[in-house]
Design a protein around this ligand. Structure first.
Ligand code: GLN
Length: 610
């Protein structure tokens, strides 16, 4: 790979291509804004996990202007709650210029917080009795969004303060209708100052990324505002953020964004990243010409439009099978297998994948319903390949669990333990009065348990006799004399349920064969976690690889219930073979045979997954 920073390289190329565009004019109605270098051009993207991609004049500082509006709106929502804020400013796009002197005739409210009238009403909500307190709080909020201490460009503030009579007119008009009650000059002081906060593209991208991350600053981890407030902010950004161009913007780019007359645009890809562009030349509406082009191209190239196709729901159920078709890894004899094939028909497995939001969960719920109506009584849902269940998916799942209450149907939730993003599912068990849900480690365990119940119901009790040595697979083909020799060196061990029979990492100096009971092979995944990879039953050997390499144990073996086992030390088997080489030959031959079977089985499983 030539350049490993693929997003950075993409943005640099985009920057180079769009640099050629010199259309538009720098805003001069605030005199100080006219002094900027019109060719400045910076881009920065910040992901919700804090990766920063910057290019061009990303570190040029400029006054934030109207891009301050969504952040102050978020702060007002957080401070006063949605209801109170809505009394002072609506959420309706105006289709008018940003500085239009219009209010909603019925309510006297400014139309929305992204135009000046609404932003001034928002500023009033954030004005304190003392001007310097208001300023300090505003700077603190902006700084928390940006993840560093921001400051005010006093010459821009002065310039706008001395010339911003149109905004003064708006404020006085709102005073006239009692929409604002504080002294307009106090409110305007805060408004002009918030517009004069200095940011570079990186700051703005972090601010946008904080919105993308539902209010948590990805660089500092600071929770600046609550997710509900962010949702409201993004909604008005989407409908009103780009002045009277908002409709076309939503159509073309489809991302919540806000622009300002200094040439900044901040755009949000919720759940993914924040994007900031700075280029001072503006179109007739007041939006940065290059800034719009960058957002349009970025959204287009990566399908970021809110309504673009993103997921393929067809694949949410990766695989589906019934218990008769695929059996657990538990070792069974012929009679048991016959019973399972005949009777084990009421258990199904759904192997799920992808994020489970409403649309995906609806498919799962529908499939569960169809299986239940075909007589399936137990369904194991395998969440191993599910990265998350969102609140919508969870809400629907709760309804499914409710609907199954009293039907006697059980849902086994597999691979949900220790998974932070799936903890919502685990929590449901507490409220599951009807006992529909059962948390299981893995599908195989649930399947094995079901098979055991089916076998027991058919009247066949599990083998209680201890298996003779001659019946063990590794000793197959040995004659009575050889078995007797083995018997003389065999020890017996009994294990309590849950007891560790072999431990990963230990020296492999002996091997066991199971005479009664079953054991699970588990590989440790962490201090508390383990994955069960196989089950071992009567007649099977454990740790027999010790005969070959004498290395370390590769897995843990844990007794499922009471287990009785024979133990053979490698040393004694070797000594025995010195006199009777046929014993070792047979054992090794049997091991190869069993390895071949395991390999075949793995191959079959792999092809079944295709
Ligand atoms: N301070 C500017 C004003 O009120 C902000 C306008 C803007 O960026 N659209 O005129």
């Amino acid at each position: 790979m030539r350049d490993q920073d693929i997003v950075g390289a993409y943005l640099s190329r985009l920057h180079a291509e769009i640099s050629a565009n010199r259309d538009g004019e720098v805003a001069t109605y605030i005199p100080e804004l006219g002094r900027v270098d019109p060719d400045k051009f910076g881009i920065c993207a910040v992901t919700i996990d804090g990766q920063v991609y910057c290019t061009g004049d990303w570190d040029s500082e400029v006054s934030i202007q109207s891009v301050s509006k969504p952040f102050m709106y978020g702060a007002a929502l957080s401070e006063h709650g949605r209801e109170r804020v809505l009394e002072h400013v609506g959420v309706e796009p105006t289709g008018e210029m940003f500085n239009a002197i219009v209010l909603d005739e019925a309510t006297n409210r400014p139309f929305n917080p992204m135009v000046n009238a609404g932003a001034i009403a928002t500023s009033e909500l954030m004005t304190l009795d003392d001007r310097s307190d208001s300023t300090a709080r505003m700077l603190d909020i902006m700084s928390r969004f940006a993840g560093r201490d921001l400051d005010i460009d006093t010459s821009v503030f002065r310039s706008e303060h001395d010339t911003g009579h149109r905004n003064r007119a708006i404020a006085y008009m709102m005073l006239n209708t009692a929409m604002i009650r504080r002294a307009p000059e106090d409110v305007l002081d805060l408004y002009f100052k918030q517009c004069a906060v200095l940011v570079n593209c990186r700051d703005l991208a972090v601010m946008a990324a904080t919105l993308a991350a539902h209010g948590r600053n990805p660089m500092t981890g600071d929770r600046v505002i609550a997710p509900d407030n962010v949702r409201d902010v993004l909604s008005v950004m989407a409908s009103c953020g780009m002045y009277d161009y908002a409709g076309q913007w939503g159509f073309d780019v489809g991302l919540p964004a806000k622009s300002g007359v200094s040439g900044l645009i901040g755009a949000v890809v919720p759940g993914q990243l924040g994007l900031a562009v700075f280029s001072p030349r503006l179109d007739a509406v007041g939006n940065s010409v290059r800034g719009m082009e960058v957002c349009r191209r970025f959204a287009e190239d990566f399908g970021l439009h809110s309504f673009s196709e993103r997921t393929d729901l067809r694949s949410v159920i990766r695989r589906e099978y019934r218990s008769g078709e695929i059996q657990s890894r538990n070792v069974r004899d012929g009679r048991e297998i016959d019973i399972i094939r005949r009777d084990a028909t009421e258990f199904a497995v759904l192997d799920l994948q992808g994020p489970l939001f409403f649309g995906a969960m609806e498919r799962v719920a529908r499939r569960v319903g169809a299986l239940v109506s075909k007589g399936v009584r137990e369904i194991a849902l395998d969440f191993r390949r599910v990265a998350l269940v969102d609140t919508g998916g969870l809400a629907l799942f709760v309804r499914l669990v409710d609907a199954l209450g009293g039907t006697g149907v059980t849902l086994h939730l597999a691979e949900v333990r220790y998974r932070d993003s799936l903890s919502g599912l685990v929590d449901l068990v507490t409220d599951d009065a009807d006992g529909v849900l059962k948390i299981v480690d893995d599908v195989d365990g649930a399947l094995a348990d079901y098979e055991n119940r089916v076998i027991a119901k058919a009247g066949l009790t599990q083998e209680t006799q201890k298996l003779a040595l001659s019946d063990h697979a590794v000793f197959e083909g040995l004659d009575a004399g050889e078995i007797a020799q083995l018997q003389s060196i065999a020890g017996t061990l009994s294990f309590a349920p849950g007891e560790v029979m072999l431990k990963a990492g230990d020296d492999a100096k002996a091997f066991l064969t199971v005479a009664r009971g079953t054991a699970s092979v588990t590989v440790p995944l962490g201090p508390e976690r383990a994955r069960r990879v196989a089950s071992i039953g009567p007649g099977q050997a454990i740790g027999e690889m010790a005969l070959l390499d004498g290395g370390k144990r590769s897995a843990n073996i844990v007794a499922d219930g009471p287990v009785l086992a024979y133990i053979f030390s490698v040393e004694s088997i070797r000594a025995l073979s010195d006199d009777s080489p046929r014993i070792m030959e047979k054992i090794l031959g049997n091991m190869v045979l069993s390895l071949t079977h395991r390999l075949r089985r793995t191959n079959d499983e792999l092809s079944a997954m295709e």
